[in-house]
Design a protein around this ligand. Structure first.
Ligand SMILES: CC(C)(COP(=O)(O)OP(=O)(O)OC[C@H]1O[C@@H](n2cnc3c(N)ncnc32)[C@H](O)[C@@H]1OP(=O)(O)O)[C@@H](O)C(=O)NCCC(=O)NCCS
Length: 215
């Protein structure tokens, strides 16, 4: 069953299906200055249009195959995780609808943004394969509304999923395209495993891992 309720601190709640668009809007705004999206969509209007749509499919994936958690009430923060590498863990199988969606997306983005999106996606896959093996939580998305950033919500969301990973004795993996985020994650026990330059340095991505406290 997607997005099963878990024991959460009082500030947080499991995302409900009817909230997916609201959560995508919040993440869409949070990620406007992210290094991946300023690289893929240098044009601000294109970025504002496309990022929430990308966020929506990430949230839907996590909602179905992992866990999506939001702040209580009006959504100001969202965390989306999926379990990777565990026996029996479900992965989406690309069928013809997926391929058709890819084609439509390619047309919407235009040639250069599509090329950049493919390069960034390949970097995400490469970092993931190279830097962690075995069962782990993959932090797909973490974001807080710009006007609420720096007020502790990101920390609450992150701490909850780290506690959950410790209970399950699982490492947590993430990638980020924003250098400023490294110190935020390091504070919570993540280590930088690799830094990758994309497209001749037009973008940078980092792989980070936090081992379970129980190992
Ligand atoms: C990164 C992010 C999730 C942190 O959430 P937050 O609620 O702003 O973080 P908190 O208030 O719990 O913690 C703030 C700490 O993070 C650091 N930080 C990182 N990015 C920050 C930002 N954009 N605004 C404010 N603080 C930020 C601060 O230095 C601060 O450190 P301090 O406690 O030592 O002063 C949030 O800033 C965000 O949504 N950023 C844009 C999207 C993004 O990059 N997400 C992560 C992708 S991997």
């Amino acid at each position: 069953m997607p997005n099963q309720p878990i024991n959460l601190p009082p500030q947080l709640a499991p995302l409900r299906e009817g909230q997916i668009s609201e959560a995508a809007y919040v993440l869409g705004r949070a990620f406007q200055q992210d290094g991946m999206f300023t690289y893929v969509f240098p044009n601000e209007m294109a970025r504002a249009r496309h990022v929430p749509v990308i966020m929506k499919s990430g949230i839907r994936y996590g909602f179905t195959y992992g866990q999506a958690t939001v702040t209580q009430g009006v959504i100001h923060g969202v965390a989306v995780t999926a379990v990777r590498g565990r026996q029996g863990a479900t992965t989406a199988k690309p069928g013809w609808t997926y391929k058709l969606r890819q084609l439509m997306t390619r047309l919407k983005y235009g040639r250069e943004s599509w090329r950049r999106y493919q390069l960034a996606s390949a970097a995400i896959r490469e970092l993931h394969v190279r830097n962690i093996s075995g069962p782990h939580w993959y932090l797909l998305l973490l974001g807080v509304s710009p006007q609420k950033q720096g007020t502790g919500l990101g920390g609450v969301l992150l701490k909850e999923l780290l506690d959950r990973a410790d209970r399950d004795n699982l490492a947590v993996y993430l990638d980020t395209f924003k250098r400023d985020n490294l110190s935020f994650y390091q504070k919570y026990g993540f280590e930088v495993k690799q830094q990758l330059s994309i497209d001749g340095g037009k973008a940078m991505a980092w792989a980070m891992v936090r081992l379970s406290k129980r190992t």
